[in-house]
Design a protein around this ligand. Structure first.
Ligand code: ADP
Ligand code: GLC
Length: 509
């Protein structure tokens, strides 16, 4: 790397401070891997209630930061803490916006002022950089909540000398969340009406913050190569495939890494016993403890124990899961499900649990330590997602010797190889069709393999030996940041056009 890169990393959730899903895991661990590669990376996160109550060491660094929001100027205080890897994290503290029980909404729906909340956060982050003289080369934005940052750099702050070198990378963790708001709220964002058109942030008459990220960022990434292809098709593009096809030269699929300090069965502080690929006894102890904790009958200790750990949303295939649970219950296996999310799934799962209490255990809620104990105690992890940008649970499962059964989409397809008993190759089971027969067939195949001791051991060990640490993917991000920086430097010296405005065709939604 030539001159050290400076990256301002804007994330709506960062583990261990605030988490609803895998984005938090990525934002909590990728910056540490970037720092190891010499990047001066700093992370921005709203000061949610769960951060405040989390007992993290923090101190105030900037009181009374003034941030325009619509017609008003609001203030917030900025505090600093660090990630587990020593990366600075700046927390934007504004109680009326962020001191709430959840991050984005309740099981009944989203908070009605999410546009105000995340516009404020994004703008505050850019302004803090300016106030404190953090001359970042790249703002790296994650999902719709931060999609306005690239738009601000290309519009409001275009002629501000402080931001003249600042490029942007926008990472799509999930096309399913598009940050849609009514057009009348444009003034809240502080963007001129001239940006409200199909080549800007208008999406069928609404404002879309996801689209803002996709249109204005210098480069776009998503979290697996397969998903980067899929989202350019109508089937997975969620209405934005044309936009992505238009920007395909600037769209990169970089597979997520995982943090093996946090997710390692040999050291995991949440587990009742430890184990590794050479000493597997601890896994049996974890299974027994889990069955006891969840109330699964002890007769199932000699049988496969399946697990589901996921947000309760349509994405994760809970409709399909609800359909197949009665059949799974007939297969003489145990099943534990941990999930938080939409009310309708919470209720439906609750009913099913009551029907088969001896073999089916459901926990509704977000419980990080329990997620680790299930990962260790189960034999198989079932993930019948409709789509999956990357997926982290299947990667954690591999390390914990828990065999994934996944749908062959997105990152699932990139990270799991179908097991072939004749060659002994492969790390899990994959099905393609999103329908009950397809998933049940794979579950049956997994159960059969489970009773073939030698084959099962081989399969488990293949998974435990797989390596999805960050080093390779972090290098890919650094190369991309360098490219963006170079492109911006060239644009100042007149070698390149601003690619976003020149490449965008009229009429593309
Ligand atoms: P997504 O980001 O789409 O939710 P990922 O597989 O990338 O899916 O990441 C999910 C993360 O959230 C994992 O760390 C998983 O362990 C965690 N998780 C999901 N649901 C729960 C829950 N109910 N309690 C605790 N952790 C959960
Ligand atoms: C999203 C995706 C998931 C991905 C995670 C982290 O929430 O649904 O597939 O692993 O982000 O990138």
């Amino acid at each position: 790397m030539s001159k050290s890169l400076r990256v301002w990393f804007l994330a709506p959730e960062v583990a261990p401070f605030a988490k609803t899903g895998g984005l938090a895991d990525v934002a909590g661990s990728l910056p540490g891997a970037l720092m190891k590669l010499g990047v001066d990376v700093r992370v921005a996160l709203p000061m949610y209630r769960m951060v405040r109550e989390g007992n993290f060491a923090m101190h105030e660094v900037f009181p009374g930061l003034e941030v325009p929001l619509g017609d008003e100027t609001l203030q917030c205080d900025v505090l600093e803490t660090t990630t587990d890897h020593g990366v600075p994290v700046y927390l934007f503290d504004r109680e009326d916006l962020f001191d709430r029980p959840d991050l984005y909404g309740t099981p009944e729906g989203d908070y009605s002022d999410n546009l105000e909340r995340f516009t404020f956060f994004t703008r505050a982050a850019l302004l803090l950089a300016k106030k404190t003289g953090f001359h970042f080369d790249v703002v790296h934005c994650h999902d719709w909540q931060t999609g306005l940052a690239p738009a601000y750099l290309k519009t409001l702050y275009r002629d501000d000398p402080f931001f003249s070198q600042a490029g942007s990378v926008f990472t799509i963790h999930n096309m399913g969340y598009q940050g849609l708001f009514p057009a009348e709220k444009l003034s809240t964002c502080g963007l001129p009406a001239s940006e409200f058109h199909p080549e800007g942030l208008e999406y069928w008459g609404n404002i879309s913050l996801l689209k803002a990220g996709l249109v204005y960022a210098d480069a776009i990434t998503t979290v697996s190569p397969r998903y980067s292809q899929e989202i350019q098709t109508p089937e997975f593009g969620m209405g934005m495939d044309a936009i992505l096809r238009n920007r395909s030269d600037d769209l990169h699929g970089i597979i997520n890494g995982v943090d093996y300090h946090t997710w390692n069965p040999a050291t995991d502080p949440h587990l009742p016993a430890h184990y590794s690929v050479r000493h597997m006894d601890g896994k049996k102890a974890c299974k027994a403890a889990l069955a006891h904790e969840m109330g699964v009958d002890h007769q199932f200790l000699a049988r496969p124990l399946l697990a589901v750990i996921s947000r309760l949303t349509v994405q994760k295939g809970h409709d399909l899961l609800l359909e197949i649970v009665p059949d799974v219950a007939r297969l003489d296996v145990g099943l534990v499900i941990l999930g938080a999310g939409e009310q309708k799934y919470q209720q439906a799962l609750g009913f099913l649990g009551q029907e088969h209490p001896e073999r089916l255990a459901i926990r509704v809620g977000f419980d990080e330590p329990l997620a680790h104990r299930i990962m260790a105690g189960a034999d198989m992890l079932l993930a019948p997602s409709r789509y999956e940008p990357c997926g982290l649970t299947q990667i954690y499962a591999l390390k914990y010797g828990t065999v994934p059964i996944v749908r062959a989409v997105g990152g699932f397809d990139d990270t799991i190889q179908q097991f072939d008993p004749s060659s002994g190759q492969g790390t899990g089971f994959k099905f393609l069709e999103h329908e009950p027969g397809a998933v049940l067939d794979r579950i049956k195949e997994a159960i059969q393999t489970y009773y073939n001791k030698a084959a099962w051991q081989k399969l488990v060990k293949n998974g435990m030996r797989a390596d999805f640490s960050w080093s390779e993917s972090a290098r890919e991000y650094v190369a991309l940041y360098e490219e963006v920086r170079q492109r911006r430097e060239n644009s100042h010296t007149g070698f390149a056009q601003d690619r976003v405005s020149s490449r965008y065709e009229r009429g593309v939604r």
